[in-house]
Design a protein. Structure first.
Length: 167
């Protein structure tokens, strides 16, 4: 008799309002307290600006704005999740503002459902799946490399490079 193989993956979970999201922990470099963000003129509305991270200029995006959620005031739990994403085959560091970081969660593949076709505010092409935490609670697993279109990421990357040259 053949048994189904189950793989365990680790996800960093974070909240945006009442919704719980998760990204593959392998894509996460670190979590920072909210710091001063330098605005970059002409950048998309979801791009808050750039930060200096140990000598590197890192673009910072507001996931609430990117996902079309209502802006909320920042709290002491608001943070920046520093992610390593891939743009046109190149690794790129991006900061993502979240309301709070929750935990690192082990989730086996048998607890991941396909994304819903309807009934979500988010575009389903960047939802990897729905992680079933328990019988009544799901979290949204993001395919963070697909959250931003190539054009949006090019704008973000160009703005970061211009800011780095100005410094």
């Amino acid at each position: 008799m053949k048994t189904a193989s189950v793989t365990m993956n680790q996800y960093l979970t974070f909240s945006l309002g009442e919704d719980i999201f998760a990204v593959d922990v392998a894509k996460t470099r670190e979590v920072l307290d909210l710091t001063d963000i330098t605005r970059v003129p002409g950048s998309p509305s979801f791009m808050l600006g750039v930060i200096n991270l140990r000598g590197s200029v890192v673009p910072v995006v507001d996931l609430r704005l990117k996902f079309g959620l209502t802006p909320e005031p920042r709290t002491r739990e608001t943070c920046i999740i520093v992610l390593e994403i891939v743009i046109e085959g190149e690794p790129t560091t991006v900061g993502a503002v979240a309301d709070s970081v929750r935990e690192v969660l082990d989730l086996d593949s048998s607890r991941i459902e396909p994304p819903p076709r309807i009934g979500t505010r988010l575009r389903t092409e960047f939802i990897r799946g729905m992680g079933r935490v328990d019988d009544s609670r799901f979290l949204i697993l993001l395919d963070i490399d697909r959250v931003f279109s190539d054009d949006e990421l090019a704008l973000v990357q160009d703005a970061a490079e211009e800011s780095a040259e100005a410094v």
